[in-house]
Design a protein around this ligand. Sequence first.
Ligand SMILES: O=C(O)C(=O)Cc1ccccc1
Length: 619
Amino acid sequence: MGHWDLALAITATGPEKNATISIRGRELLRAQAWHGSMARHASKSDGAFVHPRVGPTDFTTGVWSERGHRPVTLQGVPPCDERDQWYGLGFGAMPTVTHKPDAGGQGERRKQPINGSPYNYSRQSPHRTTTFPSCSLGCPARQALISLDTPDAAGRGGYISQDSRLKSLRPPPLFACKLRPTHAEPRPDLPTQSPHPPLPRRSMAYTSSLHLPKHLLLPNPRRTSRRPSSVSFVPAAAANTSGGVNGHAPEKPTPKPNGKKGVNGINGVNGKKAANGINGKKKGVNGHVNGHADRIHLSVSTGGGQDGSGLRVAFQGAPGAYSEFAAKTALPGCDTVPCRAFADALAAVERGGADRAILPVESTMEGTALRNYDLLLRHDLVVVQEINLFVHYCLLAMPGVRAAEVRRVISHPMALAHCGRALARLGVDREPVEDTAGAVEMLRSNRMLDTAAIASPRAADLYGLDVLAHGLQDESWNVTRFLLLSRPPSPVALPVDSDAKTSMVVAHRGGSMMVLLKVLSAFSSRNINLTKLEVINNEDGASAAAAAGAGGHPPVMILDTKARGAPTLRAFPHVLYVDCEGASHDPRVREAIQEIEKFAVFVRVLGCYAADSTVYDLQ
Ligand SMILES: O=C(O)C(=O)Cc1ccccc1
């Protein structure tokens, strides 16, 4: 077996059988996966060290060699009790370095704290090793961790790993390290030609914001039984009723009910907080949720009130779209402005037609929404808030239409993708339209009787459609992360010591794993966690057109907002999307960025905002 340059281990804590992981880029050529019981492992090395080379006697080992960026799928991992089963995955530029027979042996391992954490152990190694702790794999049921292993002259390298179970006092980042399908190219399961008459073009005549009837704004809290224990999960109604939410109003920390933490050391959620909650329970919003003891007090200086009143938030879609709910969750008092396309929403903010835009950028089921991320990079806007929304899909049809009569289903491409298996079972055609609520509105205004739409239960109420099926998504845990964007300078002021995140994009020359290693090292050496890392290696600009035809990707276009003269759009084939913990003006983060700037071609900080791992539920 050879030597891995970069290893990633994922602790699987959920009951799902398969994990699909893909990586875009040519530098990461091979993946190896293994899985085994953490309990069994623990008896060998106290549970804090995971090493694939311990050998097949200890672990069920499978190797998947993939070239290109096809997904690596771990099949048939048996269902497991919470926190018992783990997967490991290594990516590496193989096989330049050969592995000495005993290089990874147990005998060479030595407990050695890394980065001051008692939970990191490293095999003694003459070369510099770097730990990049605790990332998650787009799904809160799976916490991931990355270890770096820089080869020494003799070609030996040791894995460092960290058991993310032990990092229990903070919530695991929800969306990180997106080694998931990205679908920059058209998905094969979405038809290119429809046997149905073309869908009517929808006119965007909506002028007003979300004015839902009261009963729609006060949904029942979700059942809690299937929720992963490591994230807080808050019905949006709580957000809507709490007055100051999401850090937009000062809130006094409230002691936990019995002084105990929940599973994973995370504070109890779902109603164990301060007053004003629903169902007679206490409010679970932003008090001490997920171990975020003090909410950050954001000061909004663009004329908006504490709850966003007076602010116009542009979103893509018709009233009732998920994005609109996300906007209302972020800023309950805002006025929402429907736009035909995400690009229109962003342009509206740039031109002053709106104060904020809301953009879905990733989901637990699909990973990064690259098109939207690309949009973000093309505009001179800053990220000011993140919002995680649980997305529950329903199949909606005109009143009286039965499921058996449905021949075609229309919705936002992301919704169609998230419900792929259910739609295949139904044997219906799928057609993407601009947004979920727009699909519903289209059904109603055109009285389509052979077509159903995938949208939220609220959209059904709003437009008076029947719900044929609930929970259509292929995975029960389906969370979308939205970013709230503003014109620079950021209207949000964060204290240095606040629970913040900084998002950035790093462009580099490519051709080697070293840049990735150096970027990780810049953060790791300062004890800064990353909550997202996406590696994009696209074709160079000159061959972009040809490459696109051959399944390649055009370079990433990034607006250089600091270019001399005027902001300039620049093309970069090799890009990293990075979110780190900490405020951009935190000296550690600032130094890490300065270090990266020394070897990167280009770095742009996209924004600094309050870290919020709360998952809001709109059902
Ligand atoms: O179409 C919508 O309603 C949107 O807001 C976009 C979207 C679609 C699916 C999940 C999350 C956001």
